[in-house]
Write a protein that binds this ligand. Structure first.
Ligand SMILES: *[C@@H]1O[C@H](CO)[C@@H](O)[C@H](O)[C@H]1NC(C)=O
Ligand SMILES: *[C@@H]1O[C@H](CO)[C@@H](O)[C@H](O)[C@H]1NC(C)=O
Ligand SMILES: *[C@@H]1O[C@H](CO)[C@@H](O)[C@H](O)[C@H]1NC(C)=O
Length: 226
């Protein structure tokens, strides 16, 4: 099985992102994603729960259709050293999140609205470029702070496609410290295979759970837009 590791380029990119910035705070203009899009991201999540550190890393595929009100996240993760395949379907109209892994489907309620734009209180930190020469891509760096979670986003200046997102802080109401890093690539407008949004048969009927063992994997905790 392919064990995803965060690529060298992601480390370089993180250095670019984390390099000291000449901060020119401008109130963030609306940065919203295309109506339907998909992409791939390397992700890493570190957290501490009950004094035990947890590390999750992996590759996730995102499928978003805001008209349909759904976000689907398919991932292969290493969760504390164990391989896990996870499929998460979030239906924001029905307010249900389906979580499929280990041949089981569980359901949770989804209270947030579908996040399509960078959060409120986001400020533009810098207009800059990644790469050089003909490979140069104009990007915007944003920073936001929602409920004590600091989030930094680098997106393409043209179209607001995510490139890197870094989040750190304490998840509200849970006192769980968390750090998440996403490095996106290959994002495209449209949906190649609309069947990714079909609720799998294994989920009908599904067990309803009020708690979620791997909740730090889910963006709904922080309502990150991707
Ligand atoms: C945005 O900032 C204002 C003023 O600091 C605050 O009252 C509001 O709750 C913030 N909104 C969010 C979503 O954090
Ligand atoms: C976000 O960027 C600012 C600089 O603009 C930096 O000071 C801060 O540490 C960054 N936060 C995260 C979570 O990367
Ligand atoms: C998104 O969903 C809407 C509503 O079901 C549908 O009409 C549209 O074709 C979908 N978009 C794509 C790109 O699949």
């Amino acid at each position: 099985m392919y064990i995803p590791v965060v690529s060298r380029s992601s480390v370089i990119m993180l250095h670019i992102v984390l390099a000291p910035l000449l901060v020119t705070m401008v109130m963030g203009e609306g940065c919203c994603f295309p109506d339907a899009w998909e992409g791939v991201a390397f992700m890493m999540v570190g957290s501490v729960k009950n004094k035990t550190p947890h590390l999750t890393k992996g590759v996730v595929m995102f499928h978003m259709n805001y008209t349909l009100g759904m976000i689907v996240i398919q991932g292969e993760f290493l969760v504390d050293g164990l391989n896990k395949k996870v499929n998460i379907l979030k239906d924001y109209n029905k307010k249900i999140k389906y979580h499929i892994s280990d041949g089981k489907c569980t359901k949770n309620t989804l209270e947030t609205r579908i996040p399509r734009c960078l959060p409120e209180n986001t400020t533009l930190v810098e207009n800059t470029y990644l790469g050089s020469g003909t490979e140069k891509v104009a990007v915007k760096m944003y920073s936001s702070n929602v409920g004590g979670l600091e989030m930094n986003f680098t997106v393409t200046a043209n179209g607001c496609f995510p490139i890197v997102a870094i989040l750190s802080g304490i998840i509200p109401n849970s006192q769980v410290p968390v750090m998440k890093v996403y490095e996106h690539s290959g994002s495209t407008v449209g949906i190649k295979d609309p069947s990714v949004f079909d609720i799998p048969a294994i989920c009908q009927p599904a067990v309803t759970m009020d708690w979620d063992p791997v909740s730090v994997l889910h963006n709904s905790d922080t309502n990150m837009p991707f």
